[in-house]
Design a protein around this ligand. Structure first.
Ligand code: ADP
Length: 295
């Protein structure tokens, strides 16, 4: 099964064109949707999740027309939104039971088994009786995954999941996501490049409502391998380098900026070759797109 998005466009009433003719084929497994804030990721996620309308275009999940059969889609969809509100005075166990009932698991025994299995899976079994309001950010996210998994969804959408999680919680959350990715389409929308390189077999980069790169992370990186050069500079020189070359990233090394430049040839002997990473792909594509816009 594949999710096929064709010619999808959306303009908000205030005139912001959030999606401009988006075309994507999303296969099974973990799919990373990477883009800066305001790129249109949430608009796309909410449209796939049947929570808002597009102006034009189509979305097919296998044979199912997502935009026309919303109630069918909701039965096979797991959605973890960016802002995941919880009822603070309800326990995880009670809330999952309630959501499972809403999702159509009417049989009490079956529902109890599903809830138990999910609480074990996301490692919240020991705290299942505690009110959700007492949970940490990471525990809330794991609860969010548990509720998204009810009903064995074939499509799971996770929007900006790791914001506010500490490194240990983030890694636990990643392990959980990669476990469920095997027989399902999992779309992970994020602005964190490492999350995509660590987790996703396929990906797209979107910026200003358009797809500006698509493919496998390692293939996108391979395409610029040998073309990324680095140099330690003084802060005051940054504008000069930006004017002369395609500076795709700046990192601080012991307080001094280290620039990454994209160029077929070594810019000069003061630059050294460096191994390209997905972050270089990301910033190169974003900077090219932004340059086109500002010129
Ligand atoms: P992302 O999730 O990548 O940060 P969004 O889809 O939230 O991007 O936003 C894409 C663009 O659409 C942004 O310019 C944002 O300000 C605008 N936008 C999002 N939601 C609305 C809305 N309900 N009304 C008007 N503009 C919106």
């Amino acid at each position: 099964m594949e999710l096929q998005i064709s010619n999808l466009s959306k303009t908000y009433p205030n005139g912001v064109q959030a999606l401009k003719n988006i075309n994507l084929n999303i296969p099974q497994g973990m799919y990373g949707l990477l883009g800066p804030n305001g790129a249109g990721k949430s608009t796309l996620m909410r449209t796939i999740a049947t929570l808002q309308e597009a102006d034009s275009g189509s979305i097919l999940l296998g044979d199912l027309d997502v935009l026309k059969n919303k109630s069918e889609v909701r039965k096979i969809l797991g959605y973890l939104p960016q802002e995941f509100g919880v009822y603070p005075k309800v326990s995880a166990e009670t809330m999952l039971d309630h959501i499972a009932a809403l999702k159509g698991i009417a049989n009490n025994k079956e529902r109890k088994e599903v809830v138990e299995m999910l609480l074990q899976k996301v490692n919240l079994w020991d705290v299942r009786k505690k009110n959700l309001g007492t949970y940490s950010g990471g525990m809330k996210q794991r609860f969010g995954i548990a509720q998204a998994l009810i009903g064995n969804p074939t499509l799971i959408i996770v929007d900006e999941p790791t914001a506010g999680l500490d490194p240990a919680e983030r890694s636990r959350f990643h392990n959980l996501l990669s476990e469920i990715g095997e027989n399902t389409i999992v779309i992970l929308s994020t602005h964190i490049v490492d999350d995509v390189s660590n987790l996703c077999q396929n990906m797209a980069i979107i910026c200003l409502g358009e797809v500006i790169a698509e493919g496998k992370p390692n293939e996108l990186v391979a395409a610029i391998q040998g073309k990324v050069w680095q140099k330690l500079i003084e802060k005051s020189e940054l504008d000069h380098y930006r004017a002369d070359m395609q500076v795709i990233a700046t990192h601080l090394k012991a307080g001094r900026p280290q620039i990454h430049v994209l160029s077929d040839e070594r810019p000069d002997t003061s630059f050294e070759a460096t191994e390209a990473g997905l972050e270089d792909v990301y910033f190169a594509r974003i900077s090219e797109k932004m340059e086109v816009i500002t010129v």
